[in-house]
Design a binder for this molecule. Structure first.
Ligand SMILES: C[S@@+](CC[C@H](N)C(=O)[O-])C[C@H]1O[C@@H](n2cnc3c(N)ncnc32)[C@H](O)[C@@H]1O
Length: 226
């Protein structure tokens, strides 16, 4: 963990810099802005607009600090929608560093307090974080993740291709797509020709939409068939 430091991004929200990988956990242009734009607005809100429901199941690849979970839980609490969230994380953060992100500013006090209190237990069993959210963190590498569950949404928040190309391989994308329901939505901050082709070959329709901050585009995919 000596490789990890907390740094500020352009919108004032914090992220983690991993010196070993040489990459940040979020965009330098704004961690909060990116998380809200890519995952909450383009992912969760889009899904719920098209599939109104009182319950939603999300799986995130690269759980990290949990910012995407916290903002999603906040939205679901406001809308009284039950959020069942699974985070896949090969290198879970220690509690000490997870407590120092300052993300309490962006969500309700109760959700933050419960998340801090139950974070370590989430690594072994699902925990009820609030009336409208439960969280399980699977401390495994993506390719070792397995479940009988199918998800409504996949948040794909791996390190960028140039730092971790294997996370963007056909094998990795195929593996996670197995757990997405037909009609489900996959979102990520990046867009490449290979990723588009890979998702199309797995029965998805691709949508190229404006990216967060200075990123021109991001990718959203809807799964049409198995
Ligand atoms: C871009 S960061 C994700 C940031 C995170 N979503 C957040 O809000 O803090 C990428 C994450 O993927 C994790 N990771 C790296 N290799 C992985 C693998 N093979 N399987 C699952 N997670 C992995 C890293 O430890 C890191 O937490």
């Amino acid at each position: 963990m000596e490789n990890l430091s907390i740094v500020e991004t352009a919108d004032g929200s914090k992220t983690i810099f991993n010196a070993e990988v040489g990459e940040h956990y979020h965009s330098n242009h704004g961690a909060l802005q990116e998380s809200l734009h890519v995952f909450v607005n383009a992912g969760l809100k889009y899904y719920l607009e098209n599939n109104p429901s009182d319950e939603v199941n999300i799986c995130e690849v690269g759980f990290g600090t949990g910012l995407n979970f916290l903002l999603s839980a906040n939205h679901c609490t406001a809308e009284k929608i039950m959020l069942n969230y699974t985070g896949i994380e090969a290198f879970p953060l220690k509690q000490e560093i997870n407590a120092q992100t300052g993300y309490d500013q962006y969500i309700s006090t109760d959700v933050w307090a419960s998340y801090q209190q139950k974070y370590i237990d989430c690594l072994t069993n699902p925990q009820q974080i609030s009336t409208y959210s439960s969280l399980k963190i699977e401390p495994v590498r993506l390719l070792h993740f397995d479940t009988n569950q199918k998800f409504d949404l996949i948040y794909y928040d791996a390190f960028a291709f140039r730092y971790q190309p294997e996370m963007w391989s056909d094998e990795s994308i195929k593996h996670i797509l197995k757990f997405l329901k037909v009609g489900g939505v996959f979102v990520t901050y990046a867009i490449t020709g290979n990723l588009k082709r890979s998702l199309q070959s797995l029965g998805c329709t691709i949508q190229k939409i404006p990216g967060a901050g200075k990123k021109r585009e991001m990718l959203r995919a809807v799964k049409n068939s198995e």
